[in-house]
Design a protein. Structure first.
Length: 117
């Protein structure tokens, strides 16, 4: 994995799919989180799956690459978002899931760019 300060092009989270919590990846395309392009990894991923909560809000920003041969994490940032009380599904149903993530993304990555520049 590369530099921890690289901007992520996705975030990882777990979601209930077909009665089982699965590792999901939401890519950032053209500066927005692309809900329609979310995909899940049935077998999970050893560097992500054990650290993500199943019900509570918990995401980690990552850099990834996906092609016909598979899925690779190019870098996993130290920035993550987690709640000890809020469920992801509740945020999603209130229409706040992506808004909260975008606010965190901007806080982590835009502030660090401003302070380093």
């Amino acid at each position: 994995m590369n530099d921890q300060n690289e901007k992520p092009n996705a975030f990882a989270f777990k979601a209930l799919i077909e009665g089982e919590y699965r590792l999901c990846i939401c890519p950032r395309i053209d500066g927005i989180w692309s809900e329609k392009d979310i995909f899940y990894i049935p077998e999970g991923h050893s560097s992500l799956s054990p650290y993500l909560e199943e019900e509570l809000f918990n995401i980690v920003f990552i850099g990834y690459r996906k092609d016909e041969k598979g899925f690779w994490i190019e870098h996993q940032n130290s920035f993550f978002m987690k709640s000890d009380t809020v469920k992801s599904v509740d945020l999603y149903q209130r229409g706040e899931f992506f808004k909260v993530i975008e606010e965190g993304y901007k806080s982590f990555y835009e502030q660090s760019e401003q302070s380093s520049g």
